[in-house]
Design a protein around this ligand. Sequence first.
Ligand SMILES: *Cc1c(COP(=O)(O)O)cnc(C)c1O
Length: 365
Amino acid sequence: MLNSTRQITAKDAATSYLEVNGSVLRDNVRLLSEMAGQGIKTMAVVKANAYGHGASGVARALAGKITALGVATVEEAVNLRKDGIITPILVFAPVRRDTLADYRSFNLVATVGSFEELRMISPSMSFHLEFDTGMGRLGFYPEDWPEIRQEVESRQLNPSGIMTHFACADSPSHAKTLQQIDDLNELIRNMDEHARGKLIHASNSGGLLFYKQARYNMVRFGISMYGFSPSETYALPGLKPVMQWKTRVCATKAIHTGGTVSYEASWAAPEDGWLIVLPVGYADGLPRALSNRIVMRAGNKTLPQTGNITMDYTMLFCRDYIETGTEVTIMGDGAMQADEWAAMTGTIPYEILCGIHAKIERRLV
Ligand SMILES: *Cc1c(COP(=O)(O)O)cnc(C)c1O
């Protein structure tokens, strides 16, 4: 209802928009920070346009509430800086020669996970060492430490942090995660004075929720901050989805019993009623695989989505007439949430959220 009194612009009528609720976001972050515990630093992960929520808006909403931001690429970090975000930023991507200058110019912290990268780093650069304790992606192996140490000492490099990333933290007591924690602990012991005073971080949302012993002195949360569980099995008490995907009815017309809707005529009206057309489709990130399987919310009515979702349009059926311009919640309160869509399409909420097209306006409310 937040925008119900807002002037409807031509753009609203022709497209969809995301409402990103800054106070819900801050409530989630407060809860997660309390869960992490006193003195534990917090990194809000805002890669992939803040999981579709709009990175600069999210970063602005969280200014002063978190220690740092985490992004996937230098480009994402630079965009945040250009939008006036001054929070420390850690870039997860491997360092490349052609992005080295940006780390300096935009005051970014690098993640270094290979000797090739380590050789590019200069003593004045701020970076974290990433170790692959079992993720099988980026990072040094813990057994590389003696060689890293030589390079660090001989060139007087100054890593400010040590990190690893969990492969299986989305359920409690997973053997893989327990092994990763053991290996990180052993590495920290081996690093001895080189680990002292450094930021040490391993936990994503799953790590924070399910592995109390893996908080070290900083946690990195993404999906949970946006209100979704990293796990299909474990709900998150207290955390609420931050995003509502909304649009307005762009056309409405009578449909008679037996009238079919959309490509392949996959749905036919069971009774006389109204066909509601929305200007949103799979080009916007509404998965076509959800066709005929979801409901959306229009005013006080929950309506079935009917017929195949098309590239730019999606249809609903309603017994009663609904005016053109009526606000419809595609995903969010009263409609279905990203985790429900994910379960229906065999994926995870992460993919649904960051699949919402970048062209769609994000409105921080
Ligand atoms: C994406 C990411 C996170 C956040 O993961 P969530 O499961 O969304 O909490 C943390 N750390 C790294 C390195 C990541 O790439």
